[in-house]
Write a protein that binds this ligand. Structure first.
Ligand SMILES: [Mg+2]
Length: 252
């Protein structure tokens, strides 16, 4: 049985609106006893908040099946760094605290961890640039430049991490997709093998690359960031290129 891992923004919902073909496909899987996984680069929400966002579009998801870049960034940071500064929202702050990482406002820290912060200001960006110039490793929860909403694209975390990297002249480390870290966590924690996993996403550079790097089956849906025409020009193509999930059979 194939186990599905769905990206969220642009794959399962746009803003607060569910994508009907995705919601229907997920319900079919659940009715067949095949509980899917959710894997998002969004670091702003906690697991509980992501669960609530799914509930709002009619999907009941167990917490243990929801993975975010905040969770995987926190476990990476806990393994490699002691004292960090953070720009981000509740998701990343909660995840770092649960891993016991010391978060402070000092000038001298081991790392600057950046997730999406919708209250970002010039002052925060300037301060972060200075901290990184003093030697803190720049870590981004994810490198998404933009993400889709009901009304169009808005800046993603990668846009702000790039800004700091350019000012400080450093290379950031990114944890979210296309890094295969989150798929590895799913496989490890649920006792699954890569041959069983299917990564479904709208963004070629993050979702599809993540699946390709990890070595599992990949499905691109044309409901979000990367249009099908752009996917067809790529050298490494996903296993399935579909308009939406009504074209996929749950038994495939
Ligand atoms: Mg997406």
């Amino acid at each position: 049985m194939k186990r599905y891992c769905f990206d969220l923004d642009g794959t399962v919902y746009r803003g607060k609106t569910g994508i009907p073909t995705a919601v229907a496909f997920i319900k079919q899987l659940q009715q067949a006893g095949n509980e899917p996984f959710y894997i998002t680069n969004n670091s702003s929400k906690t697991r509980e908040q992501l669960q609530e966002a799914l509930r709002q579009i009619g999907i009941e998801a167990p917490l243990s099946h929801i993975y975010s870049s905040a969770l995987s960034t926190a476990s990476y940071v806990a393994q490699h760094f002691k004292k960090v500064r953070v720009i981000g929202s509740e998701g990343i702050w909660t995840a770092l605290a649960s891993q016991g990482v010391e978060v402070c406002e000092d000038q001298d820290v081991d790392a600057l961890v950046m997730g999406i912060d919708r209250m970002i200001t010039y002052e925060k960006l300037a301060e972060a640039s200075l901290v990184v110039q003093r030697g803190a490793q720049l870590i981004g929860t994810n490198q998404d430049i933009r993400f889709p909403t009901e009304t169009g694209f808005v800046p993603g975390n990668g846009s702000f991490v790039n800004l700091i990297a350019n000012v400080a002249g450093v290379e950031p480390i990114y944890i979210g997709k296309p890094s295969p870290v989150m798929l590895e966590m799913i496989a490890n924690e649920h006792g699954l093998h890569r041959e069983e996993l299917v990564m479904v996403g709208d963004n070629y550079d993050t979702d599809i690359m993540c699946g390709l790097r990890y070595g599992c089956t990949t499905v691109h849906v044309d409901t979000g960031v990367t249009p099908t025409a752009a996917v067809l020009t790529k050298e490494q193509k996903p296993d399935y290129i579909i308009a939406d999930l009504s074209q996929l059979n749950i038994n495939e």
